[in-house]
Every structure is written in C-alpha cells, then in structure tokens.
Design a protein around this ligand. Structure first.
Ligand code: GLN
Length: 492
C-alpha cells in the first residue's frame, strides 16, 4: 500500500530507510497497471527509466529534499527530454514527438530527485473541460467511471486520486487544474501568472497559461510549489518576487483572516449540494477564527465570454507552429506547399482546436479586432480591478469550483457552449492573473446513489497576486479540521 502514502509520509519512510526508492516506484507502477485500464489517465509510460533512476538514488542515498525519490506524472504538454510529449493531439502523436530538452519545471523536479513516471491525459492542447478532446480518448473519473474526471488536466487529477503517482504536474489556462482537482477530490493550485515558468510547456494561450501541481493534500501542494516556483531566465514573464517557504506558512488556525464570499458566485440554478458543501466549508473556516463577509465582483458575468474571445485569439497564433514541416504529422504527395499545410492541419487537429483557430483568427482580423479582441482586453482590466478592490477588504475569496459535480461522459458532446460554461467560476481569476486553489469539501450523495461516497465537491480559495501562501494556509487549516482529503475512491 505504499502508493497510498502522501509525499511527506513517503519521505519520512525513505529517510528512515524503511522503504527504498525502487519499492516506491514499483508500487506506483503496479498500481497504475491495476487501475489505469479502467481510468485511461496515463498516455505515455517511462517506467524503465523511472526504475533506473530509483536504483541510482538507492545507490547514492535519498537526499533531504522532500521530493527525493518521489514518483510523479506530468501532463502531456510538459516537455521532458527523451519522453514522448504529444499534447494528446494527432498532429504530434503520429511520430510521437520526443523533446530533446526539459521544461524548467521537470528540470527543477529532476534536480530535487523526483522521479517521472510518464505523461497524463489532457484535452487536445489543453482545450476542453473533460479530456474528451484527447486523441487517446476520455479519462474516467475514479469515483464513478461513467463520469468525466474533468479537464483539461483530467489525467493528472485522476492519476493522483487513484494513487498512481504521488503528485502530477498540470496546467491551468481557464480552470484546468482546479476543475479536475475538484471533480476528483484532490488538491490543485493555479499560481499567480508569472510565479511558475512556462518554458518547455506547450502553450495554449500564453497570457493565461499557468503551471501548477495536483496533489493528495495541501501540504504536498506546498512542497511541490516551493520546488518548482520562481524566476526563470528562460521565461521572461516570470516575476522576481521571492518564493516563500510555503510549508512554514501552514498553521492549524486562521485567526483574524478575512474571507470574502462573492455574491456573484452563488448563482440561481447551481446544484444545492455544491452550494451546501461550500457554505459548510465557510462555517468551518469561521470556527477556526476567520471572519466572513459578503463581497461583490460585479464584472464576474463577463469573465467566461472574455476568456472565450482572448483564449482562441492566442490559440490561433500559438497553433501556427504545427505545420508538419519540422515535426509531427506529415502527408504524402502534396500538390504544393499550401496543400501540404492544409492537409497536415486538417488531419492533425481535432474539431475543438480547429474551432478555436477559426474563432481567434476571425476576432483578430482587421475588421473585427476592435470589436472583439480590444474590447475583451478592456473588460479584462475591469475584472482585474474588481479583484484588486476586493482584496483591499479581504485576504481570501471563497467560492465553489464548479456549479455541479462531475458530469457524465458525453453529456456536452454536441454542445461546445455548455462545455465552455463549465468554467463560470474559474475564468475571473485567470483574467486577473491571481492564484486560486481547489480542495475537496465533501461529497454529493444524491448524484450517485449507488456509489458509497458519492462525487467529490471542490472548494475554491482565491488570493491576491503572489498570495499563494495565504490560500495554502487557509486550505491547510480547513483540511486539518475536516476528513474529506483522506477519502479515496474504490476503483472497480
Ligand atoms: N475549459 C477551459 C478551456 O477549454 C480550460 C482549459 C485550460 O485551463 N487549459 O479552455
């Protein structure tokens, strides 16, 4: 049962030599082989390499770094030298693109001694909220395999919830860490834009993409974040802001912490169990010394529409590099260069990627730029101002992660707008560039009467720019006072 340990517990056992790095890696491999047939969370495995690295660590001895010898997975957009990385897209899958370099994040983890086990499933180039746009098929929710694990980092969230790895790297452009973490009952943090390096991570929308971990609990989030965060000369958008020792900020109480409850995040028609669990979580934090006050973020309703203008604009630019010339999918006997591009991209990209390229190209075109792109950027500023204003009154803002628990596979199949609305509580923070995390705050019983524990419900905590510490502190105190984070799914 070594795979069920948390990072801190595994580190202690490694240091005391009660277990070896190889045993830890083997436990994760065995677990993955047992459960992943029914989940489809993992798309590329580098198990032999992981075992070799574990042997090296056993020979040299485990270091004091808490991630030394800890096995993890990375979302299939993190370049890792020598390991297939395909963004779950046919355009890179055909020849299994193998990067010749490491992303800054996987490099920092390597330096800490963490052991990569391979890649997790994602929506194609991270576009989606369910992993249903992945060329490898959907990842199933470990709590109920008829439901999605969320997206786009559904593979990372499911892998952690099912104890396949101790943590998983993910990305959050418009909610892709928080929503799947919420749907799978694990902890995930979106960082301040610029807190973590995007170097070597395949881009979707460069002004919105952020890098962060999904873990079994908040203490583990703090450990991984401390290791990967901070200025990177390879990514000019990373900030100079020093990275605090997040673990030292974790305390069991939140005395004096001011928490805001935004009225716009408790909307008509939201699932009653979700609302109940989130309001209950607010009471728990209050009992631990926090004060609650209602606040308003008046431009909230524009966040998702704004996101779905700006994100496709950046997508249309970022996807231009996949032309089949340097890497990826190719076609035979093209009539000319244009025919080559058209066929490579028509065959290589799936419908959601094509939809965004078309929307983005349209919104950026000369006649529409002012009406869509510039307008959306102006509204983005208003949304950011809402948060700046709110954080003069409160330290943390609390809300649900999603309006409902995980939906059924195929539920939004022919309705892209319904899929986009999955992000309603997740895009405001993106527009503002602020950090936000998701932790489990209970289970919905009525959704799956047949399942013992029901489906997990996510609690979202948002902080001011560079305020990862304060939200980790509030989430840690909440976890210490509740049992939800200790629950694990019984996977069939
Ligand atoms: N659901 C959002 C989208 O489809 C989130 C994607 C993300 O954060 N990568 O764009």
């Amino acid at each position: 049962m070594l795979h069920t340990l948390t990072i801190t517990q595994a580190h202690e056992k490694l240091k005391k030599k009660e277990i070896s790095a190889q045993e830890l890696v083997r436990a994760c491999i065995k677990r993955t082989e047992e459960v992943d047939k029914s989940l489809n969370a993992i798309v590329h495995r580098s198990f032999d390499r992981a075992l070799e690295e574990a042997k090296k660590i056993d020979d040299q001895g485990v270091s004091d770094h808490p991630l030394s010898a800890i096995p993890y997975f990375a979302k299939d957009v993190y370049c890792e030298e020598g390991v297939a990385t395909t963004a779950c897209s046919n355009i890179l899958r055909e020849k299994n693109y193998i990067p010749p370099f490491d992303s800054t994040t996987t490099k920092r983890l390597k330096a800490a001694g963490a052991i990569s086990l391979g890649k997790t499933n994602t929506d194609e180039f991270t576009m989606g909220a369910s992993t249903e746009t992945s060329c490898y098929g959907v990842t199933k929710n470990p709590w109920d395999t008829s439901r999605v694990a969320g997206g786009s980092s559904g593979g990372s969230a499911a892998a952690v919830a099912a104890d396949e790895g101790f943590f998983a790297l993910a990305t959050d452009t418009g909610g892709s860490i928080r929503q799947p973490a919420g749907y799978c009952g694990v902890a995930g943090i979106r960082t301040t834009y610029g807190r973590t390096s995007r170097y070597g991570v395949m881009s979707m929308a460069s002004s919105l993409d952020t890098i962060g971990p999904i873990c079994k609990n908040v203490e583990d989030l703090a450990i991984v974040l401390e290791t990967i965060a901070g200025k990177d000369p390879m990514d000019g958008t990373t900030g100079d802001e020093p990275v605090p020792n997040y673990r030292s900020m974790l305390t069991k109480d939140v005395k004096g912490l001011k928490i805001g409850i935004p009225k716009e995040y408790f909307i008509d028609g939201m699932n009653a169990e979700v609302e109940g669990a989130v309001r209950e979580a607010a009471k728990v934090l209050q009992s631990l010394g926090a004060t609650m006050q209602e606040i308003s973020l008046p431009h909230t309703k524009y966040a998702t529409p704004c996101y779905y203008v700006l994100c496709p604009c950046e997508v249309s630019s970022n996807m231009a590099r996949y032309d089949g010339v340097r890497y990826g999918h190719t076609v035979k006997d093209p009539a000319d260069l244009l025919d080559y591009y058209v066929r490579v991209r028509s065959e290589g990209f799936g419908p959601e990627v094509k939809r965004r390229i078309m929307i983005g190209t349209y919104a950026l075109s000369a006649g529409y730029f002012d009406a869509y792109y510039r307008q959306a950027q102006k509204v983005r500023t208003l949304i950011k101002q809402d948060f700046t204003e709110a954080f003069t009154k409160v330290d943390v803002i609390l809300s649900p992660v999603s309006p409902t628990p995980a939906f059924k596979v195929g539920a939004h199949e022919n309705d892209p707008i319904a899929m986009y609305l999955e992000d309603v509580f997740l895009d405001g923070q993106v527009m503002a560039g602020i950090p936000a995390l998701s932790v489990n705050c209970g289970f919905s019983k009525s959704v799956t009467p047949s399942s013992v524990e029901g489906l997990p419900i996510g609690l979202q905590l948002m902080g001011p720019q560079w305020g990862e510490g304060v939200i980790l502190r509030a989430a840690y105190a909440y976890e210490q006072a509740t049992v939800w984070h200790t629950k694990r799914p019984a996977i069939a």
